[in-house]
Design a binder for this molecule. Sequence first.
Ligand SMILES: Cc1cc2nc3c(=O)[nH]c(=O)nc-3n(C[C@H](O)[C@H](O)[C@H](O)COP(=O)(O)OP(=O)(O)OC[C@H]3O[C@@H](n4cnc5c(N)ncnc54)[C@H](O)[C@@H]3O)c2cc1C
Length: 390
Amino acid sequence: MRTSVGIIGAGPAGLLLAHLLRQAGIENVVLENRTRDYVEHRQRAGVLEQNTVDVLRSSGAGERMDRLGLRHDGIELRFAREGHRVDFPSHTGGRSVMVYAQTEVVKDLIAISEQQGGTIRFEAEALAIEKADTGSPLIRYRHEGAEHTLECDIVVACDGFHGIGRQSMPQSLLRTWSHEYPFAWLGILADVPPSCDELIYANHERGFALHSMRSPQVSRLYLQVAPDEDLNAWPDDRIWAELDARFELPGWSLEHGPITEKGITPMRSFVAEPLRYGRLFLAGDAAHIVPPTGAKGLNLAAADATLLAAAIIQAHDKGDESLLDAYSETALRRVWRAEHFSYFMTTMLHRDPHADDFAHRLQLSNLRYIASSEAAAASLAENYVGLPVG
Ligand SMILES: Cc1cc2nc3c(=O)[nH]c(=O)nc-3n(C[C@H](O)[C@H](O)[C@H](O)COP(=O)(O)OP(=O)(O)OC[C@H]3O[C@@H](n4cnc5c(N)ncnc54)[C@H](O)[C@@H]3O)c2cc1C
């Protein structure tokens, strides 16, 4: 089989890239090793920054998001048993975020692909990327028990942290940076209306907690736990009691309800450079990971896809490869900003079990600064709603 752009991975990066290219009339094929059902139900991120909302909307993939998503104009920082709101529009020239689950974005992009005759091959595992340093790279993949070859002009690996894309780059070319955190998140989905209108980020002496939501009927809540935490040690009653303690605020209470899903998410920062080798490009988690505290993982994947789509379209339509040549550097500048913001939010809000009380006092001082300074609040707001792509 032959196509113009071969894309590995049907996560947000691969699906959005395929969609944007298809809108521009550029043929592409997505290979995804999981089933459609698995990809559509994998619980992950839930906050779309303004750029992600804009690109979905302007490319015709935002209709369901605009109907079902919840626009949020701020977040609450809760510490020392007080709540402080950070407003977004007033600090960012009117920008905001949308609470709309990654699973829904993925469903929308798959549905549009289906309507428009796009090609997504599920249960197709990419095995190798070959000839990336030539003008005709190819992907070897396994589908329905047989091995196949997809010949392309360009290969884009949107295959997540454990994919083959990054591993296919010459190791002498690749530089990587990583940071591990001494905690993880225990996340739950609960069939109970959210107890708040906006996300609450709580810094508490017992550890961090986050109150988020998926819809007016479904709450998403997280607790900081140890990286090697045993999920079996957390029956539902213990989870609710711990959430009650960490969100403690006079006059406020957390609604409880049936927990429908539980999981532990590790916290890690990682960046690989460059994002290109010959005709092979990396996008999304294949190249970088952030801890979820800044809500940036899905949004970085969408930003990479947006940048790369514009670059491929310019090369395809005008024979001008300047944007393709600049892709790695342009994307990485934004990636490192998001890496810093995610690290900043994570270290300001979590209890590091190895840190002393001095460190905790510094966290509280920083939180008070954001709560009382327009400049500090504006900096958080600008990063949270997302800096411009490109
Ligand atoms: C458990 C978990 C929870 C998360 N929670 C949050 C959160 O709360 N907030 C937040 O902002 N971010 C969160 N993230 C991060 C966010 O979900 C990711 O940043 C986002 O999914 C990145 O999108 P992507 O398209 O780059 O990669 P992915 O979504 O990982 O997609 C990669 C795809 O490639 C496929 N693939 C891999 N290898 C192959 C192969 N060889 N052949 C074919 N296909 C292949 C995979 O099956 C997958 O579908 C979470 C991530 C995880 C893992």
